[in-house]
Design a protein around this ligand. Structure first.
Ligand SMILES: NC(=O)c1ccc[n+]([C@@H]2O[C@H](COP(=O)([O-])OP(=O)(O)OC[C@H]3O[C@@H](n4cnc5c(N)ncnc54)[C@H](O)[C@@H]3O)[C@@H](O)[C@H]2O)c1
Length: 326
């Protein structure tokens, strides 16, 4: 990457129009975890500001020298936005030239945030879910509910059925219609969180994050041999349910500890492995078909920077975007 004097601006529509495949995003996110395992990335825990209760704006810098990728994502999550017909997540990502430090690209980060999070779940599922996983439970049928299903359908090839739950009947209905049309899978609306979790081989929770959660998922609901990936911190899973798993993993131990210092995750069990250790086979992933495994994903900036590199390179190749002077 090199360019000075101007930057490339990429809107959300520019990025969506590039038609980057989910498979490519999963592959580059997995490569980013391998680089992290080798100690060749820099990804400090994300600092944040909180202009409203349960809302955040996070700064997420990272550097992956092998991908010539360095930059920062400045991303917000405001839970009241959907009441005003606005998406929960919005933000920008800046890529810097890794030789000069110059900013070279500014892009909308909503597509990247959705896709890279689904990809990280798919990477975790590849190593931690049963290969014969057939039923997926999705709780929270928004942007993440969509991108996680899309990514998991690439990794979990035996997937046949999705049990979807959302507190909003309207959102659930739209999700069932849209996902049925998009994926050749049976998408079943679940009437309660319990119905979405029980008997599901893979469970993704993607509701809102609460600093003082009132979780509902019980240990007995989570199937033997299941794999769970919470994206909404510990908001959905009771402490006893998290303690009942055989292996509790996370996408980044350092970041999890940082959040614990901020008052989150008071009831989690001991961490078995960081996802990068599993991906690089430093630690064993799934060892048998009866283990219950959870991977708590907080979201990592290396996932963003790896995916942003794909976006930037393809946009340059196709001459998409707007050049702006610095
Ligand atoms: N860990 C990560 O890397 C990562 C990345 C991005 C987003 N997230 C988190 O994922 C969650 C979902 O984000 P999104 O962009 O999909 O939001 P979104 O607003 O697009 O969708 C959220 C959906 O959850 C539903 N919902 C609200 N409360 C619920 C509940 N108790 N049970 C079930 N559904 C409920 C809403 O009706 C909505 O349909 C947020 O908590 C967000 O912070 C995590």
């Amino acid at each position: 990457m090199s360019s000075m004097g101007d930057i490339l601006y990429l809107s959300r529509a520019n990025i969506e129009g590039l038609k980057i495949s989910t498979k490519d995003v999963i592959q580059i996110v997995e490569e980013a975890f391998l680089e992290k395992a080798a100690g060749r990335t820099e990804v400090p825990p994300k600092p944040g500001i909180h202009p409203q209760r349960n809302a955040f704006i996070h700064a997420m810098p990272a550097c992956i020298p092998k991908m010539d990728s360095a930059g920062v994502k400045w991303v917000s999550g405001f839970p009241d936005n959907p009441k005003h017909s606005l998406p929960y997540v919005s933000g920008l990502l800046i890529l810097n030239d890794s030789k000069t430090g110059f900013p070279i690209c500014v892009m909308d980060c909503t597509w990247i945030t959705a896709k890279r999070t689904g990809a990280a779940t798919a990477v975790a599922a590849k190593h931690l879910a049963r290969e014969d996983s057939r039923i997926l439970g999705i709780l929270g049928c928004g942007a993440q509910g969509r991108s996680n299903l899309e990514a998991l359908s690439v990794t979990c090839r035996g997937l046949e059925e999705v049990r979807a739950y959302d507190v909003s009947e309207e959102n659930l209905h739209e999700y069932v219609e849209e996902m049925t049309a998009k994926h050749g899978l049976k998408i079943v609306p679940a009437v309660s969180p319990r119905k979405a979790v029980e008997n599901s081989d893979v469970v993704v929770t993607a509701g809102p994050i609460f600093k003082h959660p009132k979780p509902v998922i019980e240990a007995s609901w989570f199937k033997k041999g299941g794999f769970a990936c919470p994206l909404d911190f510990d908001s959905y899973w009771k402490a006893e349910a998290m303690h009942s798993v055989d292996k509790f993993c996370t996408d980044d131990v350092e970041q999890l500890r940082y959040y614990q210092q901020q008052g989150y995750f008071s009831g989690i069990p001991e961490v078995y492995a960081d996802l990068s250790e599993v991906v690089s086979s430093k630690k064993l992933g799934r060892e048998n078909s009866s283990e219950r495994i959870m991977s708590m994903h907080l979201g990592l900036a290396i996932e963003d920077m790896a995916t942003a590199t794909l976006v930037y390179e393809k946009a340059k190749k196709l001459k998409v975007g707007t050049r702006l002077p610095l």
